[in-house]
Design a protein. Sequence first.
Length: 474
Amino acid sequence: MSGSLWLKNGTMRDTLPVIPRPHSDAGQRLLVQDPPDRDPLDQGALAVDPLDELAERLDALAAGAVHPDEIAAILESDGMTDDHIRLTYGRADSFALAEDLYARVERRHPQPEAPPTGPWHSGLVGCLLRGLVFALPGLAYVLAAPLLAGPGKGPLLASAVAGWVWNQALAHRAYSWLGLGERGAAARALLLGGPAGALVGSAVALAAAGPGAWPVVVFAAGQSLYLGAATVLLVLGRERALLCALLPLAGAVPAFWYDLPDALRAGLLVLALATTVTFAAIVLRPGPRLRSGPPLVASLPYGLFGLGTGLLVLYAGVGDALVTGAAPVVALTLSMGPAEWLLHRFRRETLTGLRTLTSARAFRRAAAGTLAHCLGAYLAVLLALASVGTLLWPGAPALDGARLLGLLLVGVVLWLALLLQAFGAVRSAAAVCTLAAVAQTLTPTAGPVAAGAAATVLAVLAGALLIRPTAHRA
């Protein structure tokens, strides 16, 4: 439930494959080479066309391009200037040269690479298991319902939002270290950042609590500690361990219909939390402190992303009653499993299009169709989960037209924002989600309007950015 919202955001970003573009270690020397030595006395030898030589050197890259602009980007990135192009190849600029190369080289598109294997990083079953991991923490709210029955839910929600922001940024920083091949540095960042985030979440809950709200503060502190430990396990690829640690929370299912003893409720909560923290401590093997690394400011947009999406999800599901109104939040959280699979599918089909389609127009049309199909499939899954959850969740309010519209709009925002984040457009996605959340905070009745405006803006951004062939080449 709300205790695991950041997890889907942090995970989605780093599971999409990126196909690297071949690049010469010699930089400009790949493109700018001296012609081969020839015997000046060999007067019968024909002059070599430098454009033919360039086409031969760039054959593999040019053959896979679906538009001349892709070749022009390669020429410019490797340092070929317009002056050099005019002197050596007799073309006005890189775009004119790219058009000639595109015409000379026959299109060749190899078969798509096999998707990565593994039960957690590919396939629908693996993604559904991840969705289950994201949703299981919601059962903690059912077990703790007697503690949360009073009016003091504000400290708990404030602490949860603070945890989402902190751990989203922390996850990005750790993933940045992993991308540099520094697993020890990533573990060190998690070792320092996880406990610090738990302290921040606990402090926020304590500051927002009123007199006599200590049970809520204690639960919020445990929630903050869980978020930090779960961040460690998910970033380091230990989803199985996290699933095992959360299994005691399944004991909350009878609590929907029966009044469980308070000691049993507390015991299940403590067992799940202690197991999660223990597993996180076991897998952490921090390395030495490095003098330089990814800038801290680079993780700020990911924190804002967690803030915006977290608030929108809370507004979509949590009404006057924290537990009975949580069915839409659980549906959104469970839907992150299928959402991840659909993100993989969009990426996989667009990469296939790059290899099989021979024109930019055909690729744009195919990419737009794939985008609409994947988004529609996600909304259908979300609708099914919300309908079933409303029927099974005790005391859940009816899913009327207004609630359903708001839920689906938030679903559009979440899926498109995650898609844009996965393709590197995290700043724009974070800005749109945060502005929508702020608007709904200032004017609670404007929820559907704010979510609808955010969904529209994100749809326009996704359509403008992700149907271009160059957006799918690294």
